[in-house]
Structure formats: C-alpha cells, structure tokens
Design a protein around this ligand. Structure first.
Ligand code: FE2
Length: 345
C-alpha cells in the first residue's frame, strides 16, 4: 500500500493519501485547500490517479480541498450522508465501504465532535477525524457536537478495535503523528473516566475559544459550489420530471454512474446501463463504448448519479469528447425519487 501522511502547519491538519499500488487509483482524506497543488504534485510523482477526495466531517478550522481537487482532477467528492456540504457527490453511511482499486475502508459513523463525523478503517489502522485525537478528543461544543454521542462513538466503536490498531487523526497541535488504540486507552487523559456522565462533565468544561477560522471556514465548506449549476446554464441538464418522459425511449441511453453499493441501497432506473464514474473517460473517448454507441445509433446519452454532481462532470467530459447529445438528470436519483420516478431493486 502507498500511504502518505501530509501536514498543514497553519491549521494543524493531517491529510492522508492512500493507494494500493503505483500507477493505480488513489484517495485523499481531509485535504486542505491551500495544499492542493502539493497533493497533486505528489500524486503525479507517485504516478497515481486521484479518484476520491473525502472529508471525515465538516471542518471549522480550514477550508476543504474537496472542491479544488474535484475541479482539477474530476475526482468524486465524498462525505457522510448527514453532511450539509454542497460539494459532495457521493454520500456514505455506517456500514458502507469507501473503495478504490485494491483498497476498501470500512465506514463507521462516529458522531459527537460534529453530527457528520465518520471514521474509516483498514485492517491495521483507523482514520478517526476529530473524534479521537492523540491524547485528546475533538471538542463537542459547536456544529451539533454532543459529548454523549462522542462517548458512544469512542467507547462503543473505536476502542472496540484491536489494541494494536494504528490511529491517524485529522489534527495534532503538538507534533504527534500516530498512536494506537491500546496506547490511547491507557494514556489518553480524557478516556480515563468511569462513566459517560464523567466524560460529559469534562467535555462541557473545556472552555475553549472558537477556532480562528470558524466564521470563514464553516460557511465556505458548506457552499463550495456545485458543478451542476454551470451545466444547467449551458442547457445540458434535464429535470427529473422531464427525464420521466425519456425512460424507455429507443433513442435515449440512460447511464448510471454510481457504484454498486449505491445502486443496491437506492435502486436503479429501469433500463439503465451501469458505468461507474471512474471508468467514464475510457468509454467516452473515440473508440470507447459510449462514444461508438452515440455515434452509430444516434442515441442521446442521459447520465445520472446520486445527486447530479458526478453526472454533471460526465456531461462536461462527454461534450468535450464530441458527444453533443450528452445530458444529465439534474439532482440525480435524489431528485428522481422526489419526482416519484420508477426504480428497480
Ligand atoms: Fe473538526
């Protein structure tokens, strides 16, 4: 496995670049906007292809790199399903897998620091976001934080992992880089409590000032901006209501860009072709399956995904590849469900 721990000294944030091999797909956890060029340089040096950028939760102390990475690499942007961030194109839930080629992280919902906090687990390590820090825990006094939920997330989920599991947090302010579950159980001062009430008492009396960046970072991270609005402006969007009329027509090919886990959870529009977003580029290039389908049959391509973000990027890419008929369903399956569109499971 390729694994890099990257540091932003301004906010004390750790970001993590993961891939299974040189030349393969990569994902990045908790990227910082100001460091995006550095990440992309490293991705290039290691001969990787960034396909997913993930935030463990909505950050209050720095602006996320998710939007810039999406714009520069067309990667999928990922957060938990509770997120209020508009940049997210794939939403995870407890029990899902966060997968790229050769790597699958278990997704667990660990609220408490915020109500959208997730942790990601590999067999030997866990990325804890700000839920569990090295000799500390994430504050619970804003962003719908809740010390009781955090106690459950830590004691009920994270500390149940094997003692030798490595802990990689989203922040450290003292220069610590990694710990283990066993070490934190023994030496993290906030975990030396006998009850949930005792933990809550500690967390409710920290008297911390708000992060310097909070008033800037939280709104900025919620409104990074949608690709879909540009695509709609160019006339390449179809509303879910209008798309209802197109299903089953012989001159329309519906293309589902989601992953299997999303298709199983939310259902599939009848008759759609499955083409996961990471494989789009090879299919729309000249000689690719979709390119030839559009050219030889005259079928119009209608992309869709979960919320319309990946499909908006697909329309742009297809148009760039000369497929002028490419459109997408604005708002994705989410909008399709609201329009009472049929789904098969
Ligand atoms: Fe945080």
């Amino acid at each position: 496995m390729i694994f890099r721990q990257l540091f932003d000294s301004v906010s004390g944030t750790y970001s993590y670049l993961l891939a299974s091999r040189r030349g393969g797909e990569a994902l990045i956890i908790d990227p910082v906007l100001e460091k995006v060029d550095r990440y992309l340089q490293l991705v290039g040096e290691l001969d990787l292809r960034l396909v997913k950028a993930v935030d463990t939760h909505l950050h209050a102390d720095h602006i996320t790199g998710l939007g810039a990475l999406r714009d520069k690499t067309h990667c999928v942007t990922v957060m938990g399903e509770q997120t209020k961030a508009d940049v997210v194109s794939m939403r995870l839930a407890d029990g899902d897998k966060l997968a790229i080629e050769g790597l699958a992280l278990d997704v667990i919902y660990t609220p408490g620091h915020t109500d959208d906090s997730y942790s990601f687990i590999l067999p030997d390590r866990v990325f804890t976001g700000d839920t569990l820090l090295i000799r500390g825990t994430g504050r619970t006094d804003f962003q719908n934080g809740d010390p009781r939920q955090q106690y459950e997330s830590i004691f009920g989920r994270l500390l149940k992992l094997p003692d030798e599991t490595l802990i990689y947090p989203a922040h450290d302010y003292k220069g610590e880089t990694v710990s283990t579950i066993g070490e934190e159980k023994a030496f993290n001062p906030r975990l030396q409590v006998k009850s949930m009430d005792e933990y809550v008492e500690i967390m409710n009396n920290l008297k911390l000032s708000n992060p310097k960046m909070m008033d800037v970072a939280v709104p900025a991270n919620m409104k990074v901006g949608l690709h879909q609005d540009d695509i709609a402006g160019r006339g390449w969007s179809v509303t879910a209501e209008a798309a209802l009329e197109l299903v089953g027509r012989p001159d329309v090919a519906l293309i589902d860009l989601r992953e299997n886990s999303e298709r199983e959870r939310h259902g599939v529009i009848p008759g759609a072709i499955h083409l996961p977003y990471p494989r789009l580029q090879e299919n729309i290039a000249a000689g690719g399956m979709l390119h030839e389908l559009a050219r030889s049959t005259g079928k119009r391509l209608l992309f869709y995904c979960a919320f319309g973000e990946r499909s908006a990027m697909a329309v742009q890419a297809a148009q760039d590849a000369g497929i002028a008929s490419a459109r997408h369903i604005h708002g994705g399956i989410d909008a399709w469900k609201k329009a009472d569109g049929p789904l098969v499971h």
